[in-house]
Design a protein around this ligand. Structure first.
Ligand code: NDP
Length: 325
């Protein structure tokens, strides 16, 4: 057996974690040879619920689970952490404005960024799922000056997976036949799922589907998928979000396959005229754990308009919490 890796999860008593944690102890992140030590973070009011989750994790009798630690202190949770899933976030309460939501989450993520800065592994990979995920990730990274942008990403993979699956269904192929999908921008309804570079069995996706389907159906279906799931289930898409978190972390740790890329929220370096210092979803490759934005793609005017719309939303979010950066 290998040396155990330390995986920290915040919001560990919540819905997404209720799926994520059981996938982790089943070996779905790094396979059946990689033992794990779980560091579970919750707010103090939810610690009793977390006790129940811990009992169930123990009752899985997983050979991979070496130890579970629970805490309400980020500095304890993140100590020596190699992989961190920041899932916990404050949901919108009654009468709460968007700005209030940004502020209250910004507080949480600035505290967590500082804690990561102090105690996490210097090679830590921090994946932010809790919404507003892109801006929360920006705050965490700005509060962790001894770590770098390469230590942080925000989750775009659920949007990416939704786009891949929808295109595969439309073309009557398997999801593995779809390559080079891109979702640009914020994890919100301004995101832009883009088929201009996507391939289906090596052919240009846009040569296989009607333009009207792409413009009028595909984009909005992906953008609205979360709300559609809530309407159908009465609950948010927790299992697919947990699956996406595992997919994104696995790709980040174990690289993208040759010839393909994934969408990931990373700190903009100014590529594609997207303002620097925003966490923005780009197409990326990962080689030896190093994330690089795919450069040089041709961007149509149609695409650029949508990419700029999402950029503008992220700038507004950043302006609302600038004092915490
Ligand atoms: P969930 O586990 O369902 O969701 C957690 C976060 O993920 C939310 O911000 C949510 O955003 C986001 N999310 C949900 N679905 C998706 C999706 N499909 N794609 C991307 N993101 C998604 O929430 P719960 O309320 O069940 O659990 C949150 C837990 O976090 C609670 O137990 C709470 O106590 C804890 N918490 C912990 C903190 C900490 O550890 N310091 C701080 C704050 C909260 P959205 O609201 O938009 O669905």
């Amino acid at each position: 057996m290998k040396t155990p890796v330390h995986i920290a999860v915040s919001g560990a008593a919540g819905q997404i974690s209720y799926s994520l944690l059981f996938r982790l102890v089943a070996g779905d992140l790094f396979g059946p040879e990689q033992p794990i030590i779980l560091h579970l973070l919750e707010v103090s009011q939810a610690m009793h619920v977390l006790d129940g989750v811990v009992m169930e994790l123990q009752d899985c009798a997983s050979p991979l689970l070496y130890r579970i630690e629970t805490t309400d202190d980020p500095r304890t949770a993140f100590k020596n952490a190699d992989y961190v899933f920041l899932v916990g976030a404050r949901p919108r309460g009654p009468g709460m404005e968007r700005k209030d939501l940004l502020e209250v989450n910004a507080e949480i993520f600035s505290v967590q960024g500082k804690a990561l800065n102090e105690v996490a592994s210097r090679k830590v990979k921090v994946l932010v799922t809790g919404n507003p995920a892109n801006t929360n990730a920006l705050i965490a990274l700005k509060n962790a000056p001894e770590l770098g942008p390469e230590n942080f990403s925000s989750m775009s993979r659920l949007d990416h997976n939704r786009a891949v699956s929808l295109l595969a269904e439309k073309c009557g192929v398997l999801t593995t036949d779809v390559k080079n999908m891109t979702v640009w921008g914020n994890h919100s309804t301004t995101q832009y799922p883009d088929l201009h570079h996507a391939k289906v069995k090596g052919q240009d996706a846009l040569s296989l589907v009607e333009r009207d389907w792409f413009v009028d159906e595909f984009i909005s279906t992906v953008q609205q998928r979360g709300a559609t799931v809530i309407k159908a289930r009465g609950l948010s898409s927790a299992a697919s979000a947990a699956n996406a978190a595992i997919d994104q972390m696995r790709t980040w740790a174990l690289d993208t396959p040759e010839g393909d890329w994934v969408s990931m929220g990373v700190l903009s370096d100014g590529s594609y005229a997207i303002e620097r210092d925003l966490m923005y979803s780009f197409p990326v490759t990962v080689i030896n754990g190093e994330v690089s934005i795919v450069k040089g793609l041709d961007i149509s005017e149609f695409s650029m308009q949508r990419m700029k719309l999402s950029e503008a939303e992220l700038k507004d979010e950043r302006d609302a919490i600038r004092h915490l950066l």
